[in-house]
Design a protein around this ligand. Structure first.
Ligand code: PRP
Length: 206
């Protein structure tokens, strides 16, 4: 009999889309959509167990082996570089990591650029590649406010529809990376539950 497979899903809109993909692929667990405070959901017939986690925590559960499999945005994988296998691009939750500034702003190339972001490592790597001196201002959300109130010159943040930027008179000046949801696996689980994981990957790919 197959082993149990524990799957960490990111809470929120992306997670619901991703769960639908798993259900269509033959791994349903209908309870997961019920209105409850329960955190872990099991389908004993299929021996699959799901739980919701904060998107940035999914890779921690998977890296530590508390979950065998998880779904995380490429942004999280680039920022935290968890020691996991990245198995599949699920091609959902597509967006990009971009640099944005107030519309028409002139950025003095001689001055240290002040960059507000939640994604410190991604921003540092990007500007290191350009050989540009920067000062990072680490924020935890609503990053778009920073350049409006002159806390920073630019932001490095996720852009999906572009609505947030437009409504705040900001514009994209460069794309840092294209992002989407990725299927990730714990390294030991991948070795010990290889067949189950391979079957799941095949089912998700079609
Ligand atoms: C994300 C991102 C942008 C917004 C982009 O924020 O940080 O603010 O979505 O989406 P759009 O291009 O479709 O407008 P999120 O809602 O995750 O919250 P945050 O401000 O806490 O980062």
């Amino acid at each position: 009999m197959a082993e149990w497979l524990t799957v960490a899903l990111p809470k929120g809109r992306l997670g619901e889309k991703v769960y639908a993909r798993f259900a269509e692929a033959g791994y349903p667990c209908p309870e997961i959509l019920s209105d409850t405070r329960q955190l872990i959901f099991e389908n004993p017939e299929l021996k699959v167990r799901y739980f919701w986690a904060k998107p940035s925590d999914v890779s921690i559960y998977v890296e530590q082996g508390a979950a065998d499999i998880g779904v995380a945005g490429k942004d999280i994988l680039m920022e935290y570089r968890p020691d996991v296998y990245e198995l599949l691009d699920l091609k959902t939750g597509k967006c990009r990591m971009a640099v944005a500034a107030p519309e028409g702003a002139w950025l003095d190339p001689e001055r240290t650029l002040r960059v507000a972001t939640k994604f410190t490592r991604i921003a540092k790597d990007y500007y290191a590649g350009l050989g540009r001196d920067i000062e990072i201002i680490h924020l935890n959300g609503s990053i778009e406010i920073a350049p409006l109130l002159r806390l920073s010159d630019v932001i490095v943040d996720i852009v999906e529809t572009g609505t947030t930027l437009r409504e705040n008179h900001l514009e994209v000046i460069d794309t840092v990376a294209h992002l989407s949801a990725r299927l990730i696996a714990n390294k030991a689980s991948y070795a010990f539950k290889r067949e189950r994981i391979a079957a799941l990957m095949t089912a998700l790919e079609v």
